[in-house]
Design a protein around this ligand. Structure first.
Ligand code: SF4
Length: 191
């Protein structure tokens, strides 16, 4: 099931686009840990959900365009349905009224899932130090990677995604069941 779902990775390995995990190889065989294979597959077939509310979203459009071509990472399939996405990319100013909606989108995503705060607004409220703007999305959901800038250039967004890939690749298979992660979710009152 997993291999079928993530079959794209097989093509990537065959075309030498993905780095081989550590392991033992010989004529006609290669052996490695299951966690390395799963990490490799996950890291190279991330499906992002773009939660774009303002200018940073435009930079993301440039990142998806031909010049920067996010598809190189196996990410051309954007998902606007939380249940079929595993990377939440929050780009733009988030009003406090939108906080619960953002949280709902996050909780609807299946595990394992990761979050990037793209730009100053999503990371910290940016220049909008006002009563109505959320001073960083980490007030309502946990964040894995912060991308600085107002707006960040597409290169910075790609750098943030590559940081997520590193995280995904090296994360233990069961990290999401770990007491630390459970504690983090409890802190955010996410069941
Ligand atoms: S960080 Fe700057 S560019 Fe991005 S949404 Fe905020 S104001 Fe716009």
């Amino acid at each position: 099931m997993f291999i079928v779902h993530r079959s794209y990775i097989i093509v990537k390995i065959m075309t030498n686009q993905a780095e081989m995990p550590e392991g033992f190889g010989g004529e006609g065989f290669f052996a490695t840990k299951i966690s390395s294979v799963v990490g490799l597959a996950r890291a190279n077939s991330i499906w992002p959900l773009p939660f774009a509310t303002s200018c940073c979203g435009i930079e993301f459009m440039a990142t998806m365009g031909t010049n920067y071509d996010l598809a190189r990472f196996g990410m051309e399939r954007l998902s606007f349905s939380p249940r079929q996405a595993d990377l939440l990319m929050v780009m733009g100013t988030i009003a406090k009224k939108m906080g619960p909606i953002l949280k709902q989108v996050y909780t609807q995503m299946a595990e394992p899932k990761w979050v990037i705060a793209v730009g100053a607004c999503a990371s910290s409220g940016g220049i909008f130090d006002t009563y109505s703007v959320l001073q960083g999305i980490d007030k309502v959901i946990p964040v894995d990677v912060y991308v600085p800038g107002c707006p960040p250039r597409p290169e910075q967004i790609i750098d943030g995604i590559m940081k997520i890939q590193e995280l995904v690749k090296n994360e233990p298979l069961r990290r999401r069941n770990s007491p630390e992660y459970q504690h983090l979710l409890e802190k955010y009152q996410i069941g």
